[in-house]
Structures are given as C-alpha cells and as structure tokens.
Write a protein that binds this ligand. Sequence first.
Ligand code: AHG
Ligand code: MN
Ligand code: MN
Length: 312
Amino acid sequence: MTNLAAYLDSRAGPELAAAIGELAAAAARISAEIRAPRRVLDAVAGDVNADGDTQKALDVLADEIILGAARQAGAAAYMSEEREAAIPLEPDGPFIIASDPLDGSSNIGVNVSIGTIFSVLPTAGAGLVAGRAQHAAGFFVYGPQTTLLVTVGAGVASFRMDADGNFQMIDDNVRIPEQTGEFAINAGNQRYWLPPVQRYIADCVAGADGPRGRNFSQRYVGSLVAEAWRIFSRGGVFLYPADSRDGFADGRLRLVYEAAPMALLVEQAGGRATDGTRDILDITPTAVHQRVPLVFGSSEEVDEVASQHAAG
Ligand code: AHG
Ligand code: MN
Ligand code: MN
C-alpha cells in the first residue's frame, strides 16, 4: 500500500511534498479534535469572519492548526477564509498556502461530514493568480473515514487516514465519469435562480419524460467537500450558481480557497469546473474572499449547463 509521502516524493519536489505532508499532519489533528469526546462541536467562537459568517470554535481551531502547518512548511504567506488579509510568513518562502480550514461549518453540530480545502500557489501576484497556476490542490473530508484527494499536477490520487494518522493510498488515478444521473444544488433557492439554471434543473427533474430522456436524482449535503468526494467517487454535477438574492450575484463560494483548488482537482480528473460559462481555472481573483458561481463535475453535465447559459 503506497502512503502519501511515497506518492508525493515520486511526483513533487521536496519542498512541495513536505508542505503537503505538513497539511496532512494538520488534518489528522483536526480529525482527532472533531472526534474528541470532550469537544463541544457547535460551540460558537463569537467573532464574525471576512464573509460575515459567525465563526464556530472549530473554524478558529482548524484555522490555527492549518496556519501552523503553513508556517512549518516555510510558506511565504497564508490566506484563509477565517482571516481578513494574508498572513506574511517566510519572506523567501517558495509558495503561498490558501485554505478553507473548515468547510461545511453549518454541519459541524449535526455530525455530518465537514472538511479542509487547500491550495498551494506561486508567490507571484501575492497569490492572486488564475487557478491554472496552482502548484497543488486538495481537500480532506472528516467523515465516517478521514480521506484526502490531492493533485500536484500529475493526475489525482485519493487516500484514507489509518489509525496512526497516516494517509494510505486508495487510488492513484481518480477519474470523474463523463456522464451522471445525480445533481447537487440547494433547491431551497430555486425561486432565485437565473433562467439558464432554472431550465437546466427543470430538464433534469423532468427526467425520462423530458428533453434529457433519462431520470436524475438530487443529492445535497451542504458541505462542498462531501459533495465533491461523492462526485469524484461516482460522478455527479454540483451547482452553486449566481442567484437574484442580495449579495449572491456571484454565488456563495469563494474563488481562491474553494472553487480554484476544487477546479484544479476536477480538471486533473477529467471533469470540468466553470462559473456557468468560463473555466474557473482561467479566472484571476482580485480579492482574497472574492465569490464565484461554481458548477463542476461530470463534463457532459457541466457542458449542458454552459449551453443553457449560451442560450441566454
Ligand atoms: P463554509 O462552511 O466554509 O463557509 O462553506 C460552506 C459552503 C460549502 O461547504 C457548501 O457547499 C455551501 O456553503 C452550502 O451553502 P448553503 O447552505 O447556502 O446551501
Ligand atoms: Mn467552505
Ligand atoms: Mn469554511
């Protein structure tokens, strides 16, 4: 069984391999904290983050742990959902680490899978570069098993954490099936969706009697990492589109530390990731917490959403 260190040593330079190793050790600590019987998971930390979300104690703890890993890895800076601005670290550091240290916070108190997303960026442009320039990207899922999906630009590999906190390989060539019968979207927002998404979802729901000629299922967890792990495992399409609510003109998810790392993984696994029309990896962020509409997964469905957008 290949472990994470052996995989990284064969595909990444020593500094990048060591950095991802530090992030994996940090994730093992976060996983242990979540499982600690003493942990009051839903405790509120009281502050509000840059996005206006009330921080949970676990958001803050995970952020501290990932910051520690970035510092240990010798990163030049750390960008996080939980911090207004980038934290400068090692002036000559070879890369910047961006992270959503705890994704799926609304699920912390109800024992539903949550996770950590990370992106390893070049130092050019203070890390605000199009996602195609990322050196690496990955996410951990703290679920029934603690797992990792990672790319260093040579395909996508999946791992599960063993009892000693080491990540053992599941698959070194993860691929997203081009076709799917499952879509993931928050249907509670249906009245706010714009026409292209309205039409796309209506066609899926019409199933075999409609223009798609086959039935679809809806799956929605509310943790991006949980939707993503399912989609990488058996296909699917995820949509968090722009909608007509105030503040949702660019959807809800953040480009730098959610959509871009996810998009690198998706493209490396043969899927597609767009804002509805444009490839996520071609979008250059202008701010750390910039939001972006996100559609990703099985390429046939992401293409279908794009064709609905092209129809206006
Ligand atoms: P975070 O907890 O890091 O803010 O991320 C939550 C995100 C993402 O995980 C999930 O896909 C989405 O919020 C769910 O949003 P809704 O609850 O609005 O559907
Ligand atoms: Mn998130
Ligand atoms: Mn988060």
